[in-house]
Design a protein. Structure first.
Lengths: 423, 287, 292
């Protein structure tokens, strides 16, 4: 036993030494370029490996050490711990709403940057440009044209589907042709509330006034034209859902696989869904179209805009802030940077000077709509708990536990105590 | 004789029944792993479309393993995890068994009761409560994050109460005071008494505490992710977090990483189990 | 005698328990006190200013209906999970110490679920419930079978199943140590005195294992009350927010909804509830032990 204890103590000592050595030796990397490391926080999991690859390339060609980090924790929680430990990232990728909440205090003013003139999606707070749009993302109905053609025998023209009635007619054709259930619906709260329900606000002439109207009771959501028009289409999606009996446990991966492989033809989603679809044996001809509806002002447009934003932290050294700005310029103006955004990461660029064609079908649909100015902007000021709480309500509707009036009632009740973000 | 034979046969039948019950329960416990193992050798498309098939339509693939290993930088993070787990476990056992010893032997002293109650109560604190204050103090104020030693000491600090609790029970019920008195009469100091007489008798509890803590450290994600934010210090759970996100999960990579990470701790368990089994069977007083 | 002087006791204490106590205070108590301070502020989690708001957060916590619903749900879940975990693990421990063939192998098998971290475990089970069972059910019924995660009670059941699966092997280990620590002599003596096997079990072995029961109950109660990882990866609070447990609500309140002070206050209430239940249980257990 004595021997065992001696051995254990020796082991603890060695390991403790190894631990200390390892910890303090972080500055001694041999092959790394000198200078402060440009740390980048990535919150888009699907491009993490591309980001890592890019960091290596950038370090080599520019002589600036770059490291990319990812966290599976929520962005807000992760940023809270980073600021609490006084260890901020030089550049952080966050959602639009986080730029409003974090920006005023932590983001450097980027107003003087050249790219500000080449995008319409930058975020400004109090007259200062703080958020660099990483990409454009838009929502609509994703279709599989090959699957439709296989049933109807005709080439699918998305422009021909404008209203809910058009959509229903095509669905009926597909069912008659043997496609048992032509649609899929994602049950995730972010898809239902942050993406679909949000369109009810976004398609209004004045979303702020609309929400204020719901709050003070002057607008009845249940009677609202936009709400009813969108819900009509949602009902079509819901009724023809392949997982109709199990809508609340439908797995996103499975739904996207069915869409990719043509077992179903339609799903409400966005161009980010490509990162899931491309893992399967996807059909050649897919794309995105506006949500069909009776609203003539909206049924020719996708809804979206800048989605993820970089901001440069104002707490890091001036030198590092400059490196961060150089990096952002590299993304927009240099061939390698543009290639990284568009070809490596499959993103739709938010900059008018980038002319590279977007490789994936969903992205190129979005780019086409964006180029012709047919994008309805995101409403970025929804409260932080909107997606979770209204998502839970919307799930009840999807499961058939409440009807359309009940849905409107519960959402109105949610708004009674909720406040939109300052802007 | 016939009485004995009858008893022996009854015992045999009882054992067979028990064995069958065990087998059924065992299959229930292990079934999810079976599913993990069959799906880790499939492509993502096959896993999604037909999770129950033994071999997918796209055939057998080993691809998930090298992919996962490359993405998580396997050997580096494996080394980090090993150093941290081993050191933290050994330190926890030493520190908490000693603490339990002194607390058990001073039960009448109010101060010890107070510390004991405080530690017990602290076991209930949800970690999320401490998370931000912890990094504010050690990162913001003291700046000692990003050292393995910091994480090791924090691990010990967080688990000392529970380990102490387990040693407390073991010392109180299984270590007779007479033994120590005898040792003192033989001229042992308290320190010697503890390490030569008491600690060896705690072997089963040591093994239990070791496996429970080693496992917790090996799998811990939240604390290491707060303390070690530099890539070269990452542990296995931090390195694999990119396999699952808010919006999607690459279940093939998750499963491959799971199997890779599970192996060492499984071996450790099988090894330590012998000590747990040995127990203090014959009774300490006799020896 | 010198052993009873205070300075001797303090010296002994510092020598044996000093390192543990210091580490414990550094990483648990100090951050905890700071955390309590934060409950009196309206900090959002990221800003540099932490405005003092007094008891406002506590008032808001008591008025937060979702929080109390989550707490009630957690209590229900805990009752079921704790009872099932302990019954199953005691039973398992009994079986694997009874001398059947291959008991070491079984012991390892039951323990295996613990070798995985909570988050990954949740994903694996989600895969089992949503894919494997659904694929199985669909193959049998011919349609798309619903997953048990799609109804509130089903999601609750799933959480309980996974918790039992996860902790039964762990608690089994403690019960095994308990069984092992009851010396054979005592059991022999009781059987010589004419006790049957089951009488020995209930009248001799079980009372001597009281420490194991107290430990296992305490551990399972406290773990169930603060369940988070499995909750997050298995159900994420769905469907309809019906499976949001207290810890998850607290986490969302503090970080997702950015009411850090309120979240912290709610966490503190959760802590108090849990501490009262856990410590009461230990006290009752200890009192009984003295009597026995």
């Amino acid at each position: 036993m004595k021997k065992a204890i001696a051995l254990m103590l020796a082991l603890v000592m060695t390991l403790a030494l190894a631990a200390c050595g390892g910890g303090s030796g972080s500055g001694g990397g041999s092959s790394k370029p000198a200078g402060e490391t440009l740390t980048i926080f990535n919150s888009k999991m699907e491009i993490q490996s591309q980001m890592e690859e890019m960091a290596k390339q950038y370090s080599e060609t520019k002589g600036v050490p770059v490291e990319v980090y990812y966290s599976s924790d929520t962005v807000a929680a992760h940023m809270a711990t980073k600021y609490a430990s006084n260890d901020p990232y030089a550049i952080a990728m966050v959602d639009a709403k986080d730029v409003y909440s974090l920006g005023a205090e932590h983001a450097a003013d980027l107003s003087g940057e050249q790219w500000v003139g080449d995008t319409t999606q930058a975020i400004s707070v109090d007259g200062k440009v703080l958020g660099f749009p990483v990409c454009v993302e838009a929502r609509g109905v994703i279709y599989n044209a090959d699957a439709i053609k296989a049933v109807t025998g005709k080439d699918f023209d998305p422009e021909s589907i404008k209203t809910t009635a058009d959509f229903q007619a095509l669905i009926n054709d597909l069912i008659a042709g043997g496609m048992a259930a032509p649609t899929g619906v994602m049950k995730e709260d972010w898809s239902l509330a942050a993406h679909f329900l949000a369109e009810v606000y976004e398609l209004q002439d004045d979303p702020d006034a609309f929400i204020a109207g719901i709050k003070d009771g002057s607008i009845k959501l249940a009677d609202d034209e936009v709400y009813n028009a969108l819900m009509d289409t949602f009902d079509v999606l819901k009724e023809n859902n392949y997982a109709k009996d199990a809508a609340i446990s439908a797995e996103r991966e499975l739904t996207e696989q069915k869409l990719a492989e043509g077992e179903i033809a339609f799903m409400f989603g966005g161009n980010w869904d490509w990162d899931v679809i491309n893992a399967y044996d996807y059909s050649e001809n897919m794309g995105m179209m506006p949500v069909p509806s009776a609203l003539s002002s909206a049924n020719t447009k996708l809804v979206g805009g800048g989605s993820k934003y970089f901001y440069v932290d104002n707490g890091v050294s001036e030198e590092l802030q400059q490196k961060a700005k150089d990096f952002l310029n590299w993304l927009v103006y240099e061939a390698d940077g543009q290639d990284f955004l568009v070809n490596q990461c499959n993103l739709v660029p938010a900059y008018s000077n980038i002319t590279l064609a977007v490789g994936n079908p969903l992205g190129s649909s979005v780019k086409a709509y964006a180029d012709k100015g047919a994008l309805i902007g995101n409403y970025n000021y929804l409260p932080d708990d909107h997606y979770a709480k209204c998502g839970a309500i919307f799930q009840k509707y999807l499961a058939g536990q409440i009807d359309r009036a009940g849905l409107a009632e519960e959402i109105t009740a949610y708004w009674a105590t909720a406040e939109v973000g300052a802007h | 004789m016939t009485e004995n034979e009858k008893a022996a046969r009854q015992k045999k039948i009882a054992h067979v029944i028990m064995w069958i019950v065990l087998l059924v329960l065992f299959i229930c416990f292990i079934a999810p792993f079976f599913l993990v193992v069959i799906n880790v050798f499939k492509t993502k498309a096959d896993t999604t479309s037909n999770p129950l098939a033994l071999i997918g339509a796209h055939g057998f693939t080993m691809k998930n393993f090298p992919d996962a290993m490359k993405k998580m930088n396997f050997w580096t993070v494996f080394g980090n995890s090993a150093i941290i787990t081993v050191s933290s476990t050994i330190l926890t056992i030493a520190v908490s068994s000693m603490a339990a010893f002194v607390i058990v032997r001073n039960q009448r002293w109010k101060f010890c009761t107070f510390i004991f109650s405080l530690m017990i109560a602290s076991m209930v604190i949800p970690f999320q409560v401490l998370m931000v204050p912890l990094v504010s103090v050690y990162g913001g104020t003291l700046g000692v994050l990003n050292h393995r030693l910091t994480l090791i000491l924090m691990h010990v600090g967080f688990s000392v109460s529970m380990a102490m609790f387990m040693f407390h029970g073991a010392i109180r019920t299984n270590i007779p005071l007479e033994l120590e008195e005898a040792a003192t009469i033989d001229g042992c100091s308290r320190w010697q008494t503890y390490w030569k007489i008491v600690f060896p008798l705690l072997k089963p509890t040591v093994a239990t505490v070791a496996i429970i803590n080693a496992m917790a450290y090996w799998n811990d994600y939240l604390l290491p992710s707060l303390v070690l934010t530099k890539k070269e210090l990452y542990t296995i759970p931090i390195a694999t977090q990119a396999f699952y996100g808010t919006y999607s999960t690459d279940i093939g990579l998750v499963m491959a990483a799971l199997l890779l990470a599970m192996l060492p701790i499984l071996i450790l368990y099988v090894f330590l189990q012998r000590y747990i089994v040995q127990g203090v069977t014959a009774g300490a007083v006799k020896g | 005698m010198k052993q009873n002087t205070l300075s001797y006791k303090v010296k002994q204490y510092l020598m044996f328990a000093g390192p543990g106590t210091i580490l414990f205070f550094c990483v648990v108590i100090i951050p905890f006190i700071y955390g309590v301070y934060l409950t009196f502020t309206s900090w959002d989690g990221v800003s540099a200013t932490k405005p003092w708001v007094g008891l406002t957060n506590y008032a808001a916590a008591f008025a937060d209906k979702d929080y109390w619903a989550a707490l009630g749900r957690t209590a229900i879940y805990s009752v079921f999970a704790v009872v099932l975990i302990n019954v199953l693990s005691f039973f398992l421990a009994y079986l694997v110490t009874s001398g059947v063939k291959g008991q070491n192998f079984f012991r390892s098998g039951f323990f295996v679920p613990n070798l995985i971290g909570g988050i990954v475990l949740g994903y694996v089970w989600k895969f089992v419930f949503n894919r494997a069972f659904v694929a199985l059910g669909s193959a049998i019924s011919g349609g798309t079978a619903p997953s048990i995660l799609s109804t509130p009670s089903g999601a609750m059941l799933a959480l309980i199943i996974v918790s039992v699966w996860q902790y039964a092997g762990y608690m089994m280990l403690i019960y095994v140590a308990g069984f092992m620590s009851v010396s054979e002599d005592v059991k022999e003596a009781s059987s010589i005195d004419g006790c049957t096997a089951s009488q020995t079990m209930w009248n001799v072995t079980v009372p001597l294992m009281r420490a194991s029961f107290v430990q296992c109950l305490f551990l399972s109660i406290t773990r169930c009350f603060v369940v988070y990882d499995v909750n997050l990866s298995l159900t994420k609070g769905e469907p309809f927010g019906s499976s949001v447990m207290a810890a998850m609500h607290v986490y969302n309140q503090a970080f997702t909804y950015k009411n850090y002070g309120l979240g912290q206050a709610e966490a503190l209430i959760l802590f108090l509830v849990c501490a009262i239940v856990g410590v009461t249980q230990v006290m009752i257990g200890k009192r009984g032990e003295v009597e026995a």
